[in-house]
Design a protein around this ligand. Structure first.
Ligand code: ZN
Length: 315
């Protein structure tokens, strides 16, 4: 039995899985923003034990505990180096956890855990190399190659969201300009939609956003394009161009067997998202037949739990 814990800014979720990465049961609790790092670690430990109990197991039946969280982690030393909006700061997480429960503990970042989850039990099962791209606030990436997680030599490899696709492009939070996530993330899609609405007050985009720019979501442009709205289609055209540039680069550099797209945007219907992206990838890849498959990730939020639980097999 394995425990996978997905640590987010608002919730902690822990799942018990079997050796195939199938979730048997899971438990969750909300994060209190006032917790300091010791309290947060204590809560994570408690939740792991609670998941074990709910799953009907004893702590000694757990082979390993894996923890996935946004930010920079070092599994070699068991340290959470840095996380946005959480109190971790070069925190010796493994040591703190094992003071309470002596079990093997593994760390991974959330994008890498999503990739491991899809590789073990989702859309990328049996594919190698497998790349999983998560389209959210930014763009997260993870890759499994030869059955192992690729992290680079110092833990921050596969930060694909920050590959430059426009040398003089939009300023990114990382300090550089023209990063892929400024064009291909859900945030970027919302920005492009709002820009188009500004120029086209009669567009159906306004109806789907209830006349309010603040109500634009990653779905708005897809909804408008679905009813044949020219502005909606224009937004998607621009967005898919940007998204495809990064995908083409990944194909040209890595030639993975599969690229899975996850995150809310990936729920769009195939004829508006995956089909045009596949066409753009075939047109733009060095190998024009583009044997790399592009698919939707299939585990949703569970990918992070499964991936965390299976981290112990990935190093
Ligand atoms: Zn960047």
């Amino acid at each position: 039995m394995y425990i996978g814990i997905d640590i987010g800014g608002t919730n902690l979720v822990a799942g018990v899985t079997n050796g195939k990465g199938q979730i048997i049961d899971k438990v969750t609790r909300p994060v209190n923003k006032d917790w300091d790092v010791d309290e947060l670690c204590r809560q994570i430990g408690q939740l792991a034990l609670q998941a074990t109990e709910v799953g009907g197991f004893k702590p000694e039946e757990v082979h390993a505990v894996g923890v996935g969280l946004p930010g920079l982690v070092d599994n070699k030393t068991g340290t959470v180096i840095q996380t946005p909006n959480m109190p971790f700061d070069h925190t010796p997480f493994r040591k703190l956890f094992q003071e309470k429960w002596d079990v093997p503990v593994f760390l991974g970042n959330d994008a890498n855990c999503a990739a491991i989850g899809e590789y073990w039990a989702g859309a990328a099962k049996g594919c190698d190399p497998a790349v999983v791209i998560t389209l959210g606030t930014g763009i997260g990436g993870g890759m499994v190659v030869n059955g192992k997680l690729f992290t680079g030599f110092a833990n921050s490899g596969m930060e694909v969201g920050h590959m430059c696709i426009h040398p003089n492009g939009i300023r990114c939070n990382c300090g550089n300009r023209g990063c892929w996530e400024q064009y291909g993330s859900a945030t970027a899609l919302i920005r492009i939609t709002q820009e188009e609405m500004h120029y086209n007050p009669k567009s159906a985009l306004w109806e789907f956003a209830e006349g309010d720019l603040n109500k634009v979501s990653g779905r708005t442009a897809f909804q408008a394009a679905r009813v044949g709205d020219a502005s909606g289609r224009k937004v998607l055209f621009r967005y898919l161009q940007g998204l495809s540039i990064g995908l083409i680069s990944l194909v040209n550099i890595l030639q993975p067997e599969i690229i899975c797209l996850g995150g809310g945007v990936s729920n769009a219907e195939d004829d508006l998202l995956l089909d045009p992206l596949r066409e753009l990838m075939a047109q733009g890849s060095y190998d024009r037949t583009c044997p790399t498959r592009l698919e939707k990730a299939s585990l949703g939020n569970d990918a992070g739990i499964v991936g965390a639980a299976m981290l112990c097999h990935m190093f």
